[in-house]
Design a protein around this ligand. Structure first.
Ligand code: AMP
Length: 280
């Protein structure tokens, strides 16, 4: 497995790989890897001849500096996990390599900037779009892999790819969960043992909300009850929304189609997000 820190070096190296007609799959991560990340890697291994993973904690996508400062770091373990998973190349740029000057580029994803993650994490998608565009330009993969857990990120990346005509396919991988239903996340490492048990309430709340809504309760009531129940268990809920899964447009009533119930909540000082897809 090749470990590469420099933009120029990886660009030249992958140019050589492409010239042998190999199909390149790319998985961007911020490290602190878990089985959810490895599900993306495994899918990329299945679909491609050559798999590149980036490990980079992108400062421009953190709207909260303490979240950035406390972001877990386990680089040696990450490298071992990626090697075991059969990854071909890991890109490990440092901040100066990707941001030779403080980034001033601005993206605007319209509606997506103003709801859910866009509303509660101002500037977050600008940072995501900036770093993902850099990676797409440097790595020029044929396919790139993203997790369903970050459903709004997927919508933003798809808009980015169409908007800037990146010539690649976006592959979305279902959310990997702990046995109890808790979505795997690097941030789960920061939960105490007691909080880890409590955190399963998030997935339970999503399932209950879906069931209540499908049984005819209005989503406004589902939302109020869901938030109240989580807050009584010690969560601070930022949003619990019912959306059309393709556009993430908020809805309150139902027609046929695919929906996503999306949730973000703090448990202690750890921010957790999750979503549940269902078809009507
Ligand atoms: P991160 O390192 O948190 O930026 O995540 C890197 C990629 O892994 C993103 O595309 C995430 O959506 C994806 N990911 C994170 N957690 C999971 C999970 N539990 N299941 C599937 N994909 C995930």
């Amino acid at each position: 497995m090749q470990l590469i820190h420099s933009t120029r070096e990886i660009s030249e190296y992958l140019h050589g790989i492409r010239s042998t007609n190999q199909i390149i799959g790319f998985v961007p991560t911020m490290g602190a890897l878990h089985k959810g990340h490895l599900a993306l890697v495994n899918k990329a291994k299945e679909d491609n001849d050559f798999v590149v993973v980036s490990v980079f904690v992108n400062p421009t996508q953190f709207n909260n500096s303490s979240d950035f400062d406390n972001y877990p770091n386990q680089l040696e373990l990450d490298i071992t996990l990626l090697e075991q998973a059969g990854v071909d190349c890991v890109f490990l740029p440092n901040v100066d390599e990707l941001y030779p000057y403080q980034s001033v580029l601005k993206f605007d994803f319209g509606y997506l900037e103003h709801v859910m993650e866009g509303e509660f994490r101002p500037g977050h998608f600008n940072g995501v779009a900036t770093v993902v565009s850099k990676f797409f330009n440097i790595i020029t993969p044929h396919k790139a892999y993203f997790g369903q857990k970050d459903i709004q990120q997927v919508a933003v990346i798809k808009m980015l790819v169409l908007g800037l005509s990146f010539q690649l396919d976006i592959v979305v991988v279902p959310t990997l969960r702990e046995m109890c239903g808790l979505a795997m996340s690097s941030r789960n490492q920061r939960l105490t043992d007691e909080e880890k048990v409590k955190a399963r309430a998030i997935y339970q709340a999503l399932g209950r909300s879906r069931d209540e809504f499908l049984s005819g309760k209005s989503f406004v009531l589902v939302q109020q009850d869901g938030i109240r129940s989580l807050e009584s268990q010690g969560f601070k809920v930022e949003y619990l929304e019912l959306t059309k899964s393709s556009t993430l447009e908020k809805v309150t009533g139902l027609s046929t189609g695919e929906y996503a119930i999306c949730l973000a909540a703090y448990l202690g000082d750890v921010r957790l997000i999750d979503n549940l897809l269902f078809i009507v």
